[in-house]
Design a protein. Structure first.
Ligand SMILES: NC(=O)c1ccc[n+]([C@@H]2O[C@H](COP(=O)([O-])OP(=O)(O)OC[C@H]3O[C@@H](n4cnc5c(N)ncnc54)[C@H](OP(=O)(O)O)[C@@H]3O)[C@@H](O)[C@H]2O)c1
Length: 245
């Protein structure tokens, strides 16, 4: 019998992250449930276990260096390695009227907080988990991004990508750029790293506006987390294929 693959998903206590954890668990992965709040973490692990998933809790605030270091130690102790990292945790940042972030009146602290979580958090978690991932036969990293971070789509007046979001959208553009740099660094290795857009999903994040379910939103990340060896890397995907940068 082959050994179960080990996956860690950040921000997995609810929304798309929880659905990614449930989906990978159903596929037979052993799932590390990353969450920053102890109570929400415990509840998510219990719910996943009740659904038959081999889940373990990983206290993890992606913005805290100490928390990230301790999370890597816990994954090593609990699972002895890591095959899949899904950087899902993300925040929109404070929004103004019409769920917009006006660049001309933007509070810089909003930008800092969003970048801290959506970009620096991803780098911090990825680098802490890399020693474990490098020991895997088929390491996979998925960064949960957003189509609103696509500069091509933002620059095309023919495409409706919603309100102006001067902190959130650039944070995902930044995350995409960082994903490409990792892919360039990993070229010629077994590590595949890609960005995924879940589409507009009804979660806390969107105030439950959005036509897609968390399970639908999780599908692309799950596909990228389970790519075969030699699969694509350094690309940006949604349900229908690739998204232009
Ligand atoms: N929903 C959409 O339509 C949509 C569209 C495109 C992209 N996305 C992306 O999809 C990802 C998941 O979003 P979602 O819709 O599932 O949102 P959500 O329901 O609000 O879940 C976000 C998750 O991230 C966690 N999180 C936030 N800051 C964190 C931190 N510093 N450390 C650890 N965990 C943290 C939250 O934990 P708490 O429960 O403790 O707050 C929660 O578990 C995000 O990266 C988002 O940008 C969403």
């Amino acid at each position: 019998m082959s050994k179960a693959k080990i996956a860690l998903i950040t921000g997995a206590n609810k929304g798309i992250g929880y659905a990614i954890a449930a989906g990978l668990g159903t596929l037979g992965h052993r799932v590390g449930v990353g969450a920053r709040d102890e109570t929400r973490l415990g509840e998510a692990v219990e719910k996943l276990r009740a659904a038959g998933v081999d889940a373990f809790g990983v206290p993890l605030d992606v913005t805290s260096r100490r928390s990230v270091t301790e999370a890597a130690e816990l994954v090593e102790l609990e699972a002895g390695g890591l095959d899949v990292l899904v950087n899902n945790a993300g925040i929109p940042g404070e929004m103004g009227p019409g769920w917009a972030q006006d660049p001309t009146s933007l509070d810089l602290d909003v930008v800092r907080t969003v970048v801290e979580t959506n970009v620096l958090g991803v780098i911090q978690v990825t680098n802490a988990m890399l020693p474990l991932l490098r020991r895997s036969g088929s390491p996979r990293i998925v960064n949960v991004s957003s189509g609103v971070g696509s500069l091509t789509r933002q620059a095309d007046p023919g495409i409706d990508i919603g309100p102006v979001m001067a902190a959130y959208a650039p944070s995902k553009t930044f995350l995409n750029a960082v994903t490409v740099q990792y892919a360039r660094h990993f070229a010629g290795t077994d590590i595949l790293i890609n960005a995924a857009c879940p589409g507009l999903v009804a979660t806390d994040f969107t105030g439950f506006h959005g036509s897609r379910t968390p399970e639908q939103g999780a599908a692309t990340a799950i596909r990228l987390a389970t790519l075969p060896d030699g699969g694509p890397t350094g690309s940006f995907f949604e349900d229908d294929g690739t998204i232009p940068w």
